[in-house]
Design a protein around this ligand. Structure first.
Ligand SMILES: [Zn+2]
Length: 324
């Protein structure tokens, strides 16, 4: 986050000494995985953590708005869909929200309507940030709305279908080589997203190169039979602790039908209760009438650009298309 703070004209001392609020999963966030700056910030207790929304309820949103207005963070950092939900909820009920200096959106696609709704509800600019667990921070927006690449963190390439560098303005596969990962080197990692190269300098004055639009990031929401929405990450998290799963995709085919495509780890036996427990966890959020089918496959389905979506909802996609 401090890379971003610098890009937005906020020195590290400001980042350390002002309160922040993070709508982010804390799962697996051990002390040893924190950067020195985040570790120091943690010592100063300048950050409030809230969980992103898996199952949305009025109580949760009201409680989080209370926390937000009480802690008065200078920066809010969170999942695009969670920020959007919070903003819409407060807007529909005319609940006043504390105004931070800016908001950083991450993990999911920040669609223009979402950005507008968040900016309006919080009364501050919203900046998009792009990264991935495998490679860390990749790029972030500056105050002029351009996406700057953190070249000190990753070497990135945009390649055409033949594997050659894409021409400026042309869309191509984004291929990333982290430069700091000494434990697990990754060379030319195809992250499954598309991007465009831009040759324009940015008027903000940052020397970091500018990347055109990135498309393809999706962690979707599932739609229940009674009209609620559930964050797709909930279904992904159900498989974190199961060693017998090699690959999985939870696909919502219809409001009351979920298909779980899975590939077993070679040689592993599925514990007898494991699938039943997952079925229960799915029905807990989707409703008791939800049907769940398991399909063992050699490889889980990929999107046309080859991205593995761990959780996908055809109902949500249809709804997004309708609302466009
Ligand atoms: Zn810029």
């Amino acid at each position: 986050m401090y890379y971003l703070s610098i890009l937005l004209g906020m020195p590290i001392s400001y980042y350390l000494s002002h309160h922040r609020l993070s709508l982010w999963h804390r799962r697996g966030r051990s002390r040893s995985s924190l950067s020195p700056v985040d570790w120091a910030a943690g010592l100063l207790k300048q950050c409030t953590y809230l969980e992103p929304y898996t199952v949305t309820s009025d109580e949760t949103l009201l409680r989080d708005i209370g926390t937000l207005n009480r802690t008065r963070p200078v920066v809010i950092w969170g999942y695009a869909s969670s920020l959007h939900q919070l903003a819409r909820f407060a807007g529909q009920r005319s609940i006043p929200l504390h105004r931070p200096r800016f908001i950083i959106s991450s993990v999911e696609m920040l669609y223009p309507a979402m950005r507008e709704a968040i900016a309006q509800a919080f009364g501050c600019p919203v900046y998009d940030n792009y990264g991935a667990t495998e490679v860390g921070r990749v790029a972030a927006e500056c105050t002029r709305g351009r996406l700057h690449v953190f070249t000190f963190n990753n070497h990135i390439e945009v390649l055409d279908p033949a594997g050659r560098p894409a021409a400026p303005g042309e869309e191509g596969r984004l291929v990333i080589t982290p430069v700091h990962n000494r434990a697990m080197p990754l060379l030319r990692y195809d992250i499954g997203d598309l991007a465009r190269v831009s040759k324009d300098d940015c008027p903000c004055g940052s020397p970091l190169p500018v990347l055109g639009k990135i498309t393809g990031r999706v962690i979707e929401r599932f739609v229940t039979a009674d009209g609620r929405t559930v964050y797709g990450g909930y279904f992904i998290a159900m498989f974190y602790e199961h060693e017998w799963i090699s690959e999985v995709q939870v696909l919502q085919q219809d409001v009351d039908l979920i298909t779980i495509y899975y590939r077993k780890m070679p040689g592993c036996v599925i514990p007898s209760q494991a699938m039943a427990q997952i079925d229960d966890a799915v029905r807990e959020v989707m409703g008791a009438s939800c049907r769940i089918e398991w399909l063992e496959v050699d490889a889980v389905p990929r999107t046309p650009i080859g991205k593995h979506l761990h959780a996908r909802s055809l109902v949500w996609e249809e709804r997004q298309r309708r609302d466009m």
